[in-house]
Every structure is written in C-alpha cells, then in structure tokens.
Design a protein around this ligand. Structure first.
Ligand SMILES: N[C@@H](CCC[C@H](N)C(=O)O)C(=O)O
Length: 276
C-alpha cells in the first residue's frame, strides 16, 4: 500500500510523521527499522503516528517508535512536530492542542512566532518508577562500569533518562559510554543517556545518546531530564537554555511535583509517498 508521510525535525532530531487517521499503515518492528534506515529507507530517529484519540476531551493520540522499532512513551521534539503537523495538515485549527500519548495527556501551545511550548508534565523521580535498580531516591546515584564508578542523576519524563555531569560535552565519551549505559542492568527498561556541561545557572550544553537510536542532534525529554537533574543537584535555576548539537531549547521547571514547559521550533522538510 502507498502511504503519504511528512519528514520533519525538531533541532535535527528527525521524524517520519504519518497521518494514521485517514490512512491505516501496517507497520511492525521490522518495517519500521527498514524505513528508519538512512541508506536503504527514508531515515529518521523516530516514527510518529497521528491517530484519533481513544479518550474524551483530547484532540488526538500520537504514538512514537524509535528507529530500532520499539514503541516509546514520550518524545519532546516529536510533540512539537506533531503540533505543527496537525495544524499544517488542517486536522485542527486550535493553537492549544491536547494530545494523548503513552505517558498521559500533553498540552501543546503554538505561539505567534511559530515556536511551540509543550507542557511535559511533572518528572518522575522515584527510582522504581524511572526505573532504576535503586531503593532510595537520591540526587546522585553511582554504578560500576569497566572498573570505573560512574555518577549520574535520573528522572523519567514518561521515558527513562540518566544524566551525567561532564566538564566538556565536546570530549564527553558519548559514543563509548552511551551504549554501555543504555543497556546496563541498572536500567531495566534501558535508558536515554544525557551528558550535561553546566555553563551557568541558566545555561547548559547537552548531548544525548538515545535509547533505541544512538546519539541524536537533540532530545527534548533529555533536555527536560537534564534541567531536572541539574536543579535537584543545586547547579541550575528554574529556567534553563539548553544548547544541543542541533540548536537550543528553553526549559522551565518550578520544582518537584510541578510540570516542565519546553519551548522550541518544529520544521517540515518535505512531504512524500512510499509504497510499504
Ligand atoms: N527524541 C526524543 C526522545 C525519543 C524517545 C527515546 N529515544 C526513548 O527511547 O525514550 C525527544 O525529543 O524527547
């Protein structure tokens, strides 16, 4: 069957977005991996499916799949692209959109300048719920890897994140440590691994090795998790500019129990059709 899709990105974190309201794509893990392939397919970090909601008082449901075919709970950059997609495709005229994800209901607000703010909900900090193999909640956890003790903070934005504070993101061991931490027994559902350099109390640089993908040019939930971990460790204020390899996000977090607001751009690259 032939499927219409839109290629989009949020700061270089790229997506294949499919309207699964007017089309019914049959995509299993193998088909998603084939489409995600950057040589033999379309190439993307995540696939986003826009569907009708299954709950009342919600505009849409959107589902997220990593390039390795695994379905995931949340995607910050994807959420902004989803909002631009449903407006550009005239699936809604609303500038405040409520969307159902595997993580609950998220509200997205399209601003006059075209940037999109997402209410990302409150971070989950209880270790069993992130999840990490620890019994007591702490701002800094440790694990042993290759005879080295690694310190990290942890938070779930619906999806699990570990955040390491580093002196310099340029030289941080993202490629070597990222895959080892992603699959470390400390993280029963695997983990997204952020490497954060604190530049000032309101400014960080961040690289993220994403679960199910590898290093991406930006990770919205990773930026939220870094802001949370940095604030809990006393390093950051409540509003932070996050410099990612693909560009900047603004994160606001008043503190524990409160929602994070993430603001940034969403870009359409092209529209296409592919035979599945
Ligand atoms: N790029 C995303 C996160 C996508 C999901 C992640 N790889 C996971 O497995 O949890 C973002 O912008 O948040």
């Amino acid at each position: 069957m032939r499927i219409r899709f839109t290629k989009m990105h949020g700061l270089g974190n790229d997506f294949m977005v499919i309207d699964a309201i007017s089309q019914q794509p049959q995509l299993d893990g193998a088909a998603i991996r084939k489409l995600a392939d950057r040589q033999f397919g379309i190439g993307f970090d995540q696939l986003l499916l826009v569907e009708c909601p299954t709950k009342p008082d919600v505009d849409f449901r959107y589902r997220i799949y990593n390039a390795d075919g695994s379905e995931v709970e949340n995607c910050g950059n994807g959420a902004r692209c989803f909002a631009k997609f449903v407006r550009d495709r005239r699936l809604t005229g609303k500038s405040s959109i409520a969307v159902q994800t595997a993580n609950g209901i998220m509200t997205l607000n399209v601003q006059a300048d075209g940037r999109i703010s997402a209410d990302m909900g409150a971070p989950i900090l209880a270790p069993q719920e992130v999840p990490i193999q620890q019994t007591e909640q702490a701002c800094v956890y440790t694990l042993e890897l290759d005879n080295q003790t690694i310190e990290f903070g942890a938070a779930s934005m619906g999806n699990p994140h570990a955040v390491l504070v580093v002196d310099n993101v340029e030289t941080a061991p993202v490629e070597s440590l990222g895959p080892k931490l992603e699959t470390h027994p400390m993280f029963p559902n695997r983990v997204n691994v952020g490497f954060m350099q604190v530049l000032a109390r309101n400014e960080i640089s961040l690289r993220v090795f994403e679960r199910g993908v590898g290093e991406t040019l930006a990770c919205g939930t990773g930026a939220c998790a870094a802001a949370v971990v940095g604030q809990l460790q006393g390093l950051l204020d409540s509003q932070v500019t996050v410099h990612l390899p693909g560009g900047d996000l603004t994160i606001q977090w008043p503190g524990p129990g409160q929602s994070l607001i993430m603001t940034g751009p969403a870009v359409t690259v092209y529209q296409g059709q592919i035979r599945l």
